[in-house]
Design a protein around this ligand. Structure first.
Ligand code: TMP
Ligand code: ASP
Length: 271
């Protein structure tokens, strides 16, 4: 047995390859976070688990994690390239990406272009109705409470974010909306709404905000412009067919996966 490396890797295989032993920081419904290789970094692992309605409905959808890892990489890289800062550093493998560790503001930030989902229910507006302008909503991130809708009054009074933070959050959310709407429109998909999370990173004495978590069809509503076909997690929430087919279609149109890609197939035995 060789000596343990100071970085925590352990040589445990008889032929000298080593297995990583790393620290799990947090496990959520769709992702696991591990301590990253350098201070201030995190490895974000995308699981195949799908949940909806605060985990009342759940399933394992083979290949979802691989698709979301790729799609989130695509959107985050695009945002970085147009000057919208994100936590994304680089993709590591099929299911993992390296991200900057940040302090998540405990809000789900929702931007809506067309009425759907909880907005349609709450205000009695037919799904698909174009909104007069993008509407930004905030939900308090708390599973036990079912992520309730809150206003800026609650956010300020309870100290979840400062007024300066909220000015930046609004501006970032609208920039993400412009970028994502354009990218999707170019491939014949309507960005109906989406959810993002934003975190604080510290550079010395300075703090800035970055887009964190993931951007994927798990956290957006995406409808085909011609047919209205849903290409997002509503396929799972509402039992509308194959979720991986829907996500693969988004990935294929964006050129993220080659045509007829076999990334989501099971390993096959080679004789
Ligand atoms: P909603 O209409 O159910 O409030 O959802 C608005 C958007 O937010 C939609 O694109 C789906 C996304 N979303 C999440 O990413 N996570 C959630 O927990 C919920 C409820 C919605
Ligand atoms: N809230 C997530 C969704 O519906 C998942 C969940 O609540 O379990 O998108």
């Amino acid at each position: 047995m060789r000596a343990q490396r100071p970085d925590g890797f352990r040589y445990s295989h008889p032929k000298g390859t080593f297995m990583a032993r790393r620290k799990k920081i947090y496990e959520g419904k769709a992702k696991i976070l591990y301590e990253g290789p350098e201070p201030g970094t995190i490895v974000q692992y995308f699981k195949d688990d799908a949940t909806a309605f605060n985990a009342e409905k759940r399933d394992v959808i083979e290949g979802k994690g691989v698709l979301n890892n790729r799609l989130s990489e695509f959107f985050m890289t695009g945002l970085n390239s147009v000057g919208v800062p994100t936590h994304f550093i680089r993709r590591l493998n099929m299911r993992e990406q390296l991200v900057r560790s940040c302090e998540i503001i405990p809000l789900e930030i929702i931007v809506r272009n067309y009425a759907a989902g909880s907005l349609s229910k709450r205000l009695g507006i037919e799904e698909g109705t174009q909104l007069p302008r993008p509407i930004v909503e905030y939900c308090f991130k708390d599973d036990a409470l079912g992520d309730p809708l809150v206003t800026e009054e609650h956010i300020a009074a309870f100290g979840w974010a400062t007024q300066q933070d909220m000015d930046d959050v609004l501006s970032l959310a609208l920039r993400v909306n412009d970028f994502m709407s354009g990218v999707m429109l170019a491939v014949g998909i309507r960005l109906v709404d989406f959810k993002i999370e934003i975190g604080r990173v510290y550079d010395g004495d300075f703090q800035r905000l970055v887009i964190a978590d993931e951007i994927s069809p798990d956290s957006c509503r995406l409808w085909d412009i011609e047919t209205g076909q849903k290409l997002d997690k509503d396929v799972f929430r509402r039992d509308l067919g194959s979720l991986t087919d829907a996500y693969s279609e988004v990935a294929r149109r964006l050129g993220v996966l080659p045509k007829n890609s076999a990334t989501v197939s099971k390993p096959t035995l080679i004789n």
